[in-house]
Design a protein around this ligand. Structure first.
Ligand SMILES: [Zn+2]
Length: 943
């Protein structure tokens, strides 16, 4: 299984590994024993151990901000039976008071700086660890000091105030309840299969309701004292900070903690029983219409992953999984499978166990066929060497990927790197940087053969515990015979399939521009950072807006927008705008089938998708900046050569009927709200007996032409990180070349969809789990202004803080509660607010009352200056983060494209936030809030 010494020698040369590690301190548990060769450690970290056994990893970087992690290597696996759920409970108590930050002051101190609980301050409890995260957007010395102080308190100074503990019980119960529903019913069964026979099966982090409700606080303290000890902790700091100051502060805060005496965990906690017979679970649910299967292969980790030999195994994994993925794509392209993928990497279930995951979608309910195909492909890899061509291509793909990562490694965010270090530390993975990874990969790939892969897969299947889950609607239970599947697996495992001979149909996208055209006119609209935003008028009448910002993340994004959308639909043809776009996507474009274009898009990492909103429709395009030309070629094809076909339409109708017959209760609830809360609300809801049943393909083709025919009615927004000039040839080639085709101008039609001016209560006892969902809507007639819309964002933040304080913290009634507030602009302006939470059915009414009192109180008495200051800080921090991404800008610019004063929002929002005063917000709150209250309850179905 392990390559001969020659390779090892070559590697040692390449990586400069000598006999000993260069880290200065003694690592207490050395994963790489003499048997295996150690790996280099990334050069940009200082890794050391305090005398009490606590590990510290410092990673000073030039990227602004500081990420801090306190990883405690204790989680739910460490709980005794009577403690199930307490690891997570302890995590909650960290936010409820510590020695130096009593009364939840710990994060209040951060909130004052605009740092949000949830996005910037967070903690996660899992099987093996509890990780506390701080994301500090600035590196001021007092900020890092505060951050370390908080982590130090969490490590050993949580207060466990008995009253706070009791109050938090129901909050955690509500956290559990929030997840209840079809998703958790399916997920629970998948987890039971995944962890079967191991300690993990009994240690879901949320624990048991009985423990959460009844465990004495002493039990949580016992867990904390035993499992939060310095020798089980790692502190990670990544970002821009004063290295010397941080080191000495760590010394004074953490090195003073006493060394603990808890022994290391029994290895049995990480182990899984071996089960060579295929285990099958059926997960069929009346609220689910999607059919798919998960095939899991679970294996013990034979070689430590943080060694040269372990990474050799990992490289073999990357290659066979990528080849298998290619083969599955070819099978799909040849109609042998509906859809199938394998996860590109193995997943660590514990420190000693990995899992490989394959997902396939059957044709109709023929699960056994899809399963046989997956199993055969695995067996083929184990019994035949892969072809030379496959191997070379997989090697090249892997190499390209690692090369890219190495090239751009300076651009990784602090957050990503800190999380990677946590992961590596928890699962004993290598701590290499991408350049070191590249050297290693190159060395491996130069000698790795097809026989290596075959042997690797063969021994992996030999030792594996295979598991299969079938997921689908409840009526599949009767039609699927699962009993024969273990035998099916057995017989495929002794078969010898022929070498893989199918080939992928080559797809080259050949698009001929429809006409010729030019950029007629270029004007600069506004300054956007160092570069102006340009608007182009094309000779075919189309307008193009190019926003260029060099440091944008998220590639290039394009939005093609046309007025009209679903408002164009008459009352007897609801849904037709959406269906017209979708049918073309199913029937293909020009000489290409839908499937070919999907494959092509995947290969080129391009997505070009039609959308329809209430008042607008169009296409949204996401692409790597390098591939923009490809993406717009595809857009050109889709705008000019939509096919139509009868057979796909009837297929779409069947699928839609099936989907609408197995709908989660929560979705029916939302549909009911739309119908009751809005005039003409039926336009917002898709139903089984809807107009779509009668659509014909002629009709859809006609609509398609009307909707997408005339370039003069389109505005295209391009947000990119390349310079504007680079985009111009592409605009000329693919957008100016759309033929002139004047059509009746499309305009949004006012269909009178607006909130009903009534006060009412509605209950729906249709839920399938033990929870109540509550939505309270408020509405008012109110004119639109950008200024007030920005003020509403601040008001929303303040309202949510108050709701949280009252309904979660004081009343222990919910896990999350949220009220969104907006001013609609078109076609008729109004104010609308939606307040949402989930709670216990018997508390739904009293908590709805409590929540609405918070709203009434703000409406009557307004907000304070301190609240406003904090909301402005939080807005600025949040805004700063969003602005790094191209999808934020493409939404901001395209949504404003057709307004009478375009792009006011992107130029004026900051000043409007700054100018908002307590008085202006209180005035607004008084006018709009707390009007026309409609309350909706989703309650459990009556037994
Ligand atoms: Zn929690």
């Amino acid at each position: 299984m392990i390559k001969p010494t020659l390779l090892s020698f070559a590697l040692a040369m390449a990586l400069g590994i000598t006999g000993c590690q260069t880290t200065t301190s003694t690592e207490p548990n050395i994963a790489a024993s003499n048997q295996y060769q150690p790996l280099p450690v990334r050069a940009d970290i200082f890794q050391y151990w305090l005398d009490n056994g606590m590990q510290v990893i410092l990673q000073p970087r030039k990227t602004p901000g500081v990420e801090m992690r306190l990883a405690v290597h204790s989680g739910s696996l460490q709980e005794e039976d009577q403690q199930r759920g307490l690891a997570h409970f302890v995590e909650h108590m960290a936010f409820k008071g510590t020695t130096n930050f009593p009364d939840s002051q710990s994060f209040k101190a951060l909130e004052a700086q605009g740092i949000n609980l949830g996005s910037h301050v967070n903690a996660v409890t899992s099987y093996n660890s509890t990780v506390y995260k701080l994301s500090l957007p600035n590196s001021a010395r007092q900020t890092t000091e505060l951050g370390l102080q908080i982590l130090s308190d969490w490590a050993s100074e949580i207060s466990f105030d008995p009253q706070a503990f009791d109050k938090e019980r129901e909050v955690i119960v509500e956290e559990w309840r929030l997840r209840q529903g079809v998703g958790s019913r399916i997920n629970d069964q998948l987890e039971a299969l995944r962890y079967q026979g191991s300690r993990l099966a009994q240690r879901n982090a949320i624990g048991t309701i009985d423990v959460i409700r009844n465990a004495p606080v002493e039990e949580a303290i016992a867990y904390y004292q035993k499992w939060y000890q310095p020798q089980r902790m790692t502190l990670i700091v990544s970002g821009t900070f004063d290295n010397f100051a941080v080191r000495s502060q760590i010394e004074s805060l953490f090195a003073t903690k006493a060394k603990g005496d808890t022994p290391t965990d029994p290895i049995a906690w990480q182990q899984f029983p071996s089960q060579p017979t295929l285990q099958v679970a059926t997960v069929f649910d009346r609220e689910n219409s999607r059919r798919f299967m998960q095939l899991l292969l679970q294996n013990d980790i034979e070689v430590p992953l943080n060694t040269v030999e372990g990474q050799w195994q990992e490289t073999l994994d990357s290659l066979w999984l990528s080849i298998l993925n290619q083969r599955l794509a070819i099978l799909v392209a040849n109609g042998k499978l509906k859809a199938a993928t394998v996860a590109p990497q193995s997943h660590l279930l514990s420190t000693t166990r990995v899992q490989y995951l394959m997902i396939a979608h059957p044709f109709s309910d023929h699960y056994d066929q899809a399963f046989a195909q997956l199993a055969t492909e695995l067996q083929r890899l184990a019994s035949q060497p892969v072809s030379k061509k496959e191997l070379e291509s997989a090697k090249q793909t892997l190499l390209n990927k690692v090369e890219q990562q190495a090239k751009y490694r300076a651009g990784y965010s602090n957050q990503y790197l800190a999380d990677q270090l946590v992961q590596a530390d928890s699962y004993r993975l290598p701590m290499m940087d991408k350049a070191q990874q590249l050297q290693l990969t190159e060395a491996f790939l130069s000698s790795l053969t097809a026989e290596d892969i075959q042997q690797h897969v063969a021994s992996l299947l030999q030792a594996t515990s295979p598991k299969l889950a079938l997921i689908g609607p409840d009526n599949d239970q009767a039609s699927v015979d699962v009993k024969q599947m273990p035998d099916q697996w057995k017989s495929i495992r002794v078969s010898k399939p022929a070498p893989f001979s199918l080939t992928k149909p080559e797809i080259n996208l050949n698009v001929t521009p429809q006409a010729s055209g030019e950029i007629a006119n270029k004007t600069s609209q506004l300054n956007f950072g160092p570069r102006p935003v340009y608007q182009y008028q094309l000779t075919n009448g189309m307008k193009v807006v190019v926003v260029s910002k060099s440091d944008l993340k998220g590639g290039t994004q394009v939005n093609l927008r046309i007025p009209g959308g679903r408002s164009l639909e008459a009352n007897h043809q609801l849904g037709i705008v959406d269906w017209a776009g979708k049918l073309a996507e199913q029937c293909g474009y020009g000489q290409y089938t839908a499937h070919q274009l999907t494959q092509w898009s995947k290969q080129h990492q391009v997505s070009v998708t039609p959308y329809s909103e209430l008042l607008y429709h169009g296409f949204s395009v996401t692409t790597d900046t390098d591939a923009l030309d490809d993406a717009l070629a595809l857009l050109h094809l889709k705008l000019t050569q939509a096919n139509h076909c009868e057979d796909k339409l009837s297929e779409m109708k069947q699928v839609t009927a099936q989907n609408l017959s197995k709908v989660p209760a929560e979705r029916i609830f939302m549909d009911n709200i739309s119908r009751e809360a809005f005039e003409h609300g039926e336009r917002l809801v898709a139903t089984a007996d809807g107009d779509w049943n009668h659509f014909t393909s002629e009709q859809l083709v006609e609509w398609r032409e009307k909707l997408y025919g005339d370039p003069a009615q389109m505005i295209v927004t391009i947000v990119t990180n390349t310079a504007t000039e680079n985009v111009e040839p592409t605009i000329t080639k693919w957008l100016a070349s759309l033929a002139v085709d004047p059509q009746l101008p499309l305009k949004p039609v006012d269909r009178g969809i607006e909130p009903k001016s009534i006060e009412q209560e509605y209950s729906y006892a249709i839920g399938s789990s033990n929870k109540a969902m509550v939505q309270i809507q408020y509405s008012a007639d109110h004119s639109w202004s950008l200024e007030q819309q920005m003020q509403l964002q601040l008001l929303e933040q303040i309202t949510n803080n108050r709701l949280r304080e009252t309904v979660r913290v004081k009343a222990s009634g919910v896990y999350v509660i949220n009220m969104s507030q907006m001013l609609a602009r078109d076609p008729k302006p109004y104010y609308l607010a939606r307040l949402n939470f989930t709670t216990a059915p018997n508390r739904a009414r009293s908590l709805a009352k409590l929540a609405s009192q918070v709203v009434t109180n703000i409406q009557q008495h307004g907000i304070t200056q301190a609240e406003l200051d904090q909301a402005k800080n939080a807005w600025a921090v949040n805004q700063g983060q969003q602005e790094q991404y191209s999808d934020y800008w493409v939404a901001a610019f395209s949504q404003d494209a057709f307004s009478t004063k375009p792009y006011q929002a992107v130029t004026h929002s900051v000043s409007m936030i700054n100018e908002a005063t307590v008085e202006s917000i209180n005035q607004l709150a008084k006018t709009v809030m707390d009007k026309n209250q409609k309350t909706f309850y989703l309650l459990p179905r009556q037994k």
